[in-house]
Design a protein around this ligand. Structure first.
Ligand SMILES: C[S@@+](CC[C@H](N)C(=O)[O-])C[C@H]1O[C@@H](n2cnc3c(N)ncnc32)[C@H](O)[C@@H]1O
Length: 205
């Protein structure tokens, strides 16, 4: 019998207490600024046009989703934190982004209703990545695009510096995407400001 090395865990911050109260509001305000750049990257990598309905899972205050509406797309942000949604709703009215309370594991959207699903800096928090990918597959129409972005972290990182993926974790997530039925799964290194991030992209056949 051979011992296969265990696949790296991709949701190593699933036990994070969540973003609530005043700290949650402060984090939401930070993400409201930092999310613009990742939104622009997501728009570029998924080639968003006015024909799209983008679902941004774990959208925080919805900053990236607003970038999709700037391209004329319809955008829905799904987010479990009430603090994030509270800040997001201050901006959402003008942008037309729809914000829905919920988690990756049970998306509050009908089958085949999205053309792109984004998960930006959030998969490492999901309690059940398999369930989240099954939901992404369910809400995407055939031909729809999935994009997950996580910042690149070193294997020995701890604390805040570990919120992201090593190369092995990005590859492990890609394998989970294939198992969930996604095709043309690719792992790329992309620049986001001064940082490098992993971008895992895939198609729903
Ligand atoms: C680091 S923030 C990133 C927010 C936003 N995507 C951005 O790039 O600015 C991670 C987000 O994932 C959300 N999150 C945590 N667990 C989640 C889950 N199970 N499903 C969906 N989102 C979740 C958090 O509430 C938080 O808003």
């Amino acid at each position: 019998m051979t011992d296969e090395p265990a696949a790296p865990v991709v949701n190593h911050h699933a036990d994070h207490p969540g973003f609530s109260g005043v700290l949650g509001i402060l984090c939401a305000l930070v993400f409201a600024v930092t999310g613009r750049r990742s939104g622009r990257l997501a728009v570029e990598l998924t080639g968003v046009t006015a024909d799209d309905h983008v679902v941004d899972v774990g959208c925080g205050p919805g900053t990236a989703a607003r970038e999709a509406t700037r391209r004329g797309a319809r955008a829905t942000g799904v987010e479990p934190s009430a603090s994030m949604l509270r800040v997001g709703r201050m901006f959402a009215r003008r942008s037309g982004v729809t914000l829905r309370e919920g988690g990756a594991e049970a998306l509050p959207l009908p089958d085949a209703s999205a053309t792109a699903v984004w998960a930006l800096a959030t998969v490492h928090h999901w309690p059940d990545v398999g369930a989240g990918l099954a939901e992404a597959h369910r809400v995407l129409a055939p031909g729809g695009r999935l994009l997950a972005v996580e910042r690149q972290v070193s294997p020995d990182a701890t604390g805040f510096a570990s919120h992201g993926w090593t190369a092995a974790q990005a590859q492990a997530f890609a394998q989970l995407c294939r198992t969930a039925g996604f095709t043309e799964v690719a792992v790329d290194s992309e620049r986001l400001g001064r940082r490098e991030v992993w971008a895992v992209s895939a198609f729903r056949p």
